[in-house]
Write a protein that binds this ligand. Sequence first.
Ligand code: GDP
Ligand code: GDP
Length: 458
Amino acid sequence: MDRTFVNPRIMPKNIQPKLVAVIGRPNVGKSTLFNKLIGQSKAIATSVPGTTRDVLYDDATWNGVTFTLADTAGLDFENEALQQDVMLQTQMAATDADLIIFLVDVREGLQMLDQKSAELIRRLNKPVILAINKTEGSKYDNSAYDFHKLGLGEPMLISAVQGRGLGDLLDRIVIKLKKIKKISQIVRIKTDKPLVRVAILGRPNVGKSTLFNRLAGKKRVVTSHLPGTTRDAVATIISADKIDLELIDTAGLRRPGKISGVIERFSYLSLIKALKQADIVLLIIEAQEGILAQDLHIAQMVLEEHKGLLVVVNKWDVLDKNNKITADYDKYLSQKFAFATWVPYLYLSALTGKRADSVVSAIEEVWAALNIKIPAKTLNNLIADAYANHPPTGRKTLPKIYFASQREINPPTIMLKTNQPEEIHFSYLRYLEKKVREKYPMVGSPLRWQLIKSSNRP
Ligand code: GDP
Ligand code: GDP
């Protein structure tokens, strides 16, 4: 897979893949299974060139059904409180996931912890598939009977390492997912405005809830329950000039934050879920603490998902301000976010409310950017000029770009027809992007490229 290709997969609008989580005790084979299932069910890598991430979740498609598979192995803890950790992990996963793959290890046999986790899953009444791992070699088939005791239905015998039973497992996943009741649409007073979904993300204590409440406290239109979900998810919709805004409930990210390391990692599934649902992410950071690795990690995830992104520097009230400080902070942020120069920054105080209103208008601007339609002729001229000034360098011959056209909105996606897609490198796309953004800044919106091989003009 050439890293310069940007994934051409385009999810249908407003279809959120369901979240499937693999859970189980440490060492039962969760990561191995995750990697195998992802490997089996997709042909294309989705990594955005130039970014890296810990692969803890990914989209998979099987029999025409796309779902998000999450690996919770990163959530394991090897300390004395292991037992408690596993239970907590089970609980969090069970709350956030639409379907659970509960993995056990036939070689270690049925363990107390398996039983406790199974009990919890049964109580929560979540769709679950029990998979018994490490069953290669038939001598273990009898030991598998023990696991019927878990009361989670007929177990599937698999071997993640050897691939045994994985096709059947994927079949079962898809069948189960199809049965899950569609979450009914939120009720909303009829308006002509588009509904824009916004997730407020960030580390614990940066002020997410405070901002959420400040925004939600205003102009609230509807708060409604979503039947069909086990937890009572609440959709909060507020009305702005040009759009209605649905604030995605990130309750999962706002669990009590004292044992922060643990909680942050456990919140990962909620983070993925909120991210998948959102059109636009508000990444909240704290003015005094600045950007930490975790903030950049979230930003990378937002980019990978091609969502709109706004960075909110909160608690601006606690800084000693002078005239220079905003400019300095701008500079600091643009260094940190050098990989996404189009990301806007807002400075505010969720607590005092100072400039908190600017969030809504900024979101409206990002929404407009996400939905921009660049006229075909202008786009082609722009690309042709950029090409003429600085053509790409191919290994043998000069790669040609015949034609450019915008294929999608939200996010804007530009297709290039070229005779040598493999020679149009990421750095060249960055150059083209810079040129496009000089004319169309598209503040807060990512830009996607699709390279299509073609031997001549359309
Ligand atoms: P996790 O902690 O649950 O994510 O488990 P890992 O995926 O890291 O696997 C733990 C160990 O079990 C590794 O040494 C794997 O190679 C091994 N393992 C995973 N799947 C299988 C399997 O199907 N058969 C056997 N024999 N070993 C496996
Ligand atoms: P969350 O964990 O990200 O949801 O953070 P919270 O909204 O719970 O806020 C954490 C703490 O920071 C609380 O004590 C808030 O009162 C405080 N806080 C939130 N926003 C601001 C702000 O703009 N300025 C100041 N000084 N404190 C804030």
